[in-house]
Design a protein around this ligand. Structure first.
Ligand SMILES: Cc1ncc(COP(=O)(O)O)c(C=O)c1O
Length: 438
């Protein structure tokens, strides 16, 4: 074998990276609960649930057995045939999602779920444009990557036409220089004015992550999603809540929209749907959109829609969220996490802000608390970022670092001892960064 063949990157691409840097990627050989290990036996505390998806942690026996059982009985099927798993999973999702969300289009990923949602919104409204926040990521297909505001989109611009972006409800760095709650959600007023000026009759959908994850790490301020819901109602715009990361207990409720009692027209999910054990996503639509397609052609689909293995994993994962009280635990451990992060912020001036909801959190690092100058500029990747990642890896703490943001999303089944252990390691690295940056 040539050394290139031996290299981990010789014959497969790693996403979102300059390929050569992948020689430093952690190797995974196995995992149990909130830990995984490499082939040398080094253990890592998984503080990001692999990629925000293993909500039940590693090696959940019930989900694995459900997949094994399904593989032995009906391993594969066309998306054009009925089977018990797809019917039961559709029913379950209609039950746990809010309001009249009632019918799922199953996909293989979150990107596809959002792509399908955008396509359905266009077909349903007969309109073309899509609104999305600047700080947003909705997927890697040409449609979803073009729509999202995250700088990753720039590589494929101009992409399909019709994407319109608006400023975020991001209170720490308010684009309007206002302070919540005195601002009375001025950002929502600005959004409405933008819609009027764009021409509401041209706008099919507005897509939004209730808790913005990788693109900024912040929750929507209280009241914001309700305002967005009202604006969408007023102008006949399909509201799509992208819960690919927030769904299935991540924020301490089944779905993040539940915190505000908001019912979107389409809710998209993936990751936690199967706890990441088999790839699957879904666009779950309300009654009106479901009815629209009763007599209209639905001209979109995928070969692997409602794959039996994915349906089995999804059903078992939902059962496990319930029987392990994973969502209550997310809420309970989320309180510990929020309180500890606040204390950590008091101890370290390099922490500009901490934000969390349930078991998703973001620590934002700054050079100066007054100016909020980030320690790493937006959309840059200086060596410091790789050095910070290396510090975490060295300590066996696995999480997500991007620009000046550190994101955490441990498995929902994490116990307090492991949570505190991870936070202590996090603090060690923050101290290291403070010394390195001074
Ligand atoms: C909010 C959000 N939406 C959509 C996606 C795309 O999901 P997938 O990577 O499964 O295609 C992601 C991926 O991380 C995401 O974070």
């Amino acid at each position: 074998m040539s050394s290139d063949t031996q290299s981990n990157r010789a014959h497969n691409f790693f996403p979102w990276t300059i390929q050569a840097t992948q020689d430093q990627a952690v190797e995974i050989a196995g995992g149990e609960g909130v830990y995984f290990w490499d082939s040398q036996g080094k253990r890592y505390l998984d503080f990001i649930s692999q990629l925000f998806n293993l909500n039940l942690g590693h090696g959940n026996r019930q989900v694995i057995q459900a997949i094994q059982h399904q593989a032995a009985t009906l391993c594969a099927a066309s998306s054009m045939v009925r089977h018990e798993g797809r019917e039961r999973l559709g029913e379950q999702l209609a039950e746990i999602t809010p309001g009249d969300l009632c019918k799922a289009f199953f996909t293989n990923s979150g990107s596809e779920a959002n792509e399908i949602a955008l396509e359905m919104a266009r077909m349903y409204t007969g309109r073309q444009k899509v609104l999305a926040k600047y700080r947003s990521y909705h997927g890697t297909t040409m449609g979803t990557l073009t729509v999202c505001g995250d700088p990753r989109r720039m590589a494929v611009e101009s992409g399909p036409p019709g994407a319109v972006r608006f400023f975020d409800p991001f209170c720490y760095r308010c684009d309007f220089n206002l302070t919540y709650p005195d601002c009375a959600l001025h950002c929502a007023d600005a959004l409405e004015r933008q819609i009027v000026m764009e021409g509401p009759d041209s706008i099919a959908a507005l897509i939004i992550e209730p808790f913005t994850a990788a693109a900024g790490g912040f929750p929507s301020p209280p009241g914001y999603l309700r305002r967005v819901r009202a604006i969408c109602d007023k102008y006949g715009i399909v509201m799509i809540a992208d819960e690919v990361i927030c769904g299935f207990g991540r924020t301490g409720e089944w779905f993040a929209v539940d915190h505000e009692d908001v019912v979107p027209d389409i809710l998209t999910v993936a990751k936690g749907l199967t706890s990441g054990y088999v790839p699957m996503g879904a666009a779950i639509v309300n009654r009106a959109i479901a009815d629209h397609f009763e007599q209209q052609m639905l001209p979109i689909g995928c070969t692997y829609t409602a794959h039996p293995l994915a349906c089995a994993a999804g059903l078992a994962a939902i059962e496990q969220y319930e029987s392990l009280d994973a969502i209550q635990n997310s809420r309970k451990m989320g309180q510990v996490l929020a309180a500890e992060l606040r204390l950590m912020k008091e101890r370290h001036p390099i922490i500009g802000d901490v934000r969390s909801q349930g078991l998703i959190a973001c620590v934002e690092l700054v050079r100066d608390r007054n100016t909020k100058e980030p320690i790493v500029e937006f959309n840059t990747a200086p060596p410091l970022v790789d050095e910070i990642k290396a510090q975490f890896i060295e300590r066996g703490l696995y999480l997500y670092v991007r620009w000046n943001l550190i994101l955490l999303s441990p498995p929902l089944v994490i116990e307090e001892e492991d949570l505190r252990k991870g936070l202590a390691l996090l603090e060690e690295v923050i101290e290291w960064v403070a010394n390195r940056a001074s």
